[in-house]
Ligand binder design. Structure first.
Ligand SMILES: Nc1ncnc2c1ncn2[C@@H]1O[C@H](COP(=O)(O)OP(=O)(O)O)[C@@H](O)[C@H]1O
Ligand SMILES: [Mg+2]
Length: 354
């Protein structure tokens, strides 16, 4: 008796496993669910029939067959309904992804249906939004970049034409031409740096180093301009303080912040770098005694091509702070701007230490 039950049990288990495995070969979710419904009803009934036949030579087969047929039918109908709702939900995500693949970046999938499919639709929609944002910012970048490239090119064209027509002497225009070339070079360098940051190709050689030398070398870099503008440079940094950073990148960040600070500080003002050690990080602040930041500047100054003064056509394409942010974030730090107590602006960033 027990051995029969054991044999029937084991046989049911193995047949069930083989059939369940075969079910996975069916091509659609719908078919797999219907197959599963059949399996779930027919397998136990088959087992009951076999054991009944073995044990009692049971004669009531017709009743059992009727019950089998009825429950199988119910299970299949239920499976069809469920399969349809799942398959329809999946179809809607599939349609949306097809549209996206054909280039409609605004294709979105409805987020109803079973939790897993709804979750898939939500992730898909998020991907669509990110792609769209990326494309928009690319388009904007190209538009701004070509605008900013065109201005110095047009200036140079005009000067060259004037020279060709003999309307000016070369020595009159050579310094201005050189200046325009410098503007173009700076812009192309900035665009290249941004592209590298975007591609995350920035292979940072992070080393634990003292911060003081990079502070003094960037201050030296702006010394001449500060003297020219009658702005005093100051620094407050502990010689012992170290952080993990790539010196040439942090110097670039500091130069961008210092040039901005100098540009916004009236003569007899002060531009200062202060470095402090906080828990697990070092905070570097560049302060000035200029006009400070209005609400829009505070919110948008780190955006690409955003400038406070749109009318300024030469010098500064509004990329300096976007680059600074990219470089600081590549170090695992943060960058932000705030008002300085007593007037002026303070732009701070952190670097990991220890
Ligand atoms: N120290 C500062 N004080 C006031 N405004 C600032 C300061 N630094 C930056 N800004 C504002 O942020 C804008 C963006 O700066 P940035 O990205 O360096 O571009 P750019 O220097 O080419 O204008 C500047 O145009 C300016 O309006
Ligand atoms: Mg700048």
């Amino acid at each position: 008796m027990i051995s029969t039950a054991l044999i029937v049990g084991l046989a049911t288990l193995s047949v069930g496993l083989v059939l369940a495995y075969l079910l996975r070969l069916l091509p659609t979710v719908r078919l797999q669910l219907v197959g599963l419904a059949f399996l779930a009803v027919l397998l136990p009934l088959g087992a009951v029939l076999v054991s009944g036949w073995v044990m009692f030579h049971m004669g009531d087969d017709v009743k059992i067959l009727a019950v089998t047929a009825a429950s199988a039918l119910t299970a299949v109908v239920a499976a069809l309904v469920v399969a349809r709702s799942i398959a329809d939900a999946v179809d809607r995500v599939r349609e949306a992804s097809g549209e996206l693949a054909r280039g409609s970046l605004d294709a979105r999938a409805p987020t109803n249906g079973p939790v897993e499919v709804a979750e898939l639709a939500r992730t898909f929609n998020q991907m669509g939004e990110n792609l769209q944002r990326l494309f928009d910012s690319r388009r904007e970048l190209v538009a701004w970049a070509s605008h900013d490239l065109r201005t110095p090119l047009a200036n140079m064209q005009a000067m060259l034409e004037a020279l060709e027509d003999g309307l000016a002497e070369p020595e009159e225009y050579v310094p201005a031409l050189r200046e325009q070339v410098a503007v173009l070079t700076q812009l192309v360098d900035d665009l290249f740096e941004l592209a590298r940051i975007d591609a995350e190709a920035l292979t940072l050689q992070l080393r634990e180093l003292p911060v003081a030398p990079v502070v003094s070398s960037s201050l030296r870099g702006v010394e001449a301009e500060a003297r020219h503008r009658h702005v005093r440079l100051a620094s407050d940094v502990d010689e012992e303080l170290t952080a993990r950073f790539a010196p040439e990148k942090v110097e670039r960040v500091l130069m961008n912040l210092l040039t901005n600070a100098l540009r916004h500080t009236p003569s007899d003002g002060v531009v200062a770098i202060r470095v402090e050690s906080l828990a697990g990080e070092v905070r570097v602040a560049v302060e000035d005694t200029g006009e400070g930041l209005d609400a829009e500047a505070q919110a948008r100054m780190f955006e690409r091509f955003w400038r406070g003064d749109r009318s300024r056509t030469t010098r500064g394409a509004g990329l300096g702070l976007a680059i600074a942010r990219g470089l600081v974030e590549a170090h695992g730090g943060r960058i932000w701007a705030e008002d300085r107590e007593g007037g002026g602006a303070r732009v701070c960033f952190t670097l990991p230490s220890g």
